[in-house]
Unconditional design. Sequence first.
Length: 201
Amino acid sequence: MSDIHFDIGSLHAAYQSVIGIADVIDTVLARIEAAGDPGIFIHLATRAEMLAAADALGPFDPVARPLWGIPFAVKDNIDVAGMPTTAACAEYAYTPARDAAVVARLRAAGALVVGKTNLDQFATGLVGVRTPWPIPRNAIDPKLVPGGSSSGSAVATARGIVSFALGTDTAGSGRVPAGLNSVVGLKPSVGALSTAGVVPA
């Protein structure tokens, strides 16, 4: 299953014909292992946790849930209920009881959280190397910095581990690492999405 394309259209077509959601979860985990990069994620959901979230979605229904079974990652300054939020500072860590508003909307649409990604500490930086965790390796050229602050999110997406990832972008923190890893970084208009559950810059 390693050749599964993780764009939303391809995954949904595969769900309708040849694969189950457990196959996608196993592919995610296999790609994380194959990447051999301990800097991408600060916290990972377990296989059992992802399977439980998948079971809760019910049968495949891309109309009711347009992101049914789509794996995504979350920058670790954005809350995911039950997963630590660190902002790349272990001393700051807390475990939220509820999802950030953007995560809740994605989960309601059927998307599956894979884990929390590394970042320039407190989302302050454009290089992606200002973290006490290992530095994520640029997915295109490991001699280059991954870009920041949403470094882990960009690398996870570029490596095909997830279909997309959440980042934050005050002054390029999403678009810079996206560009350096040859993926697209989108900064929504101010006020288009709630920042509830996001660590303030």
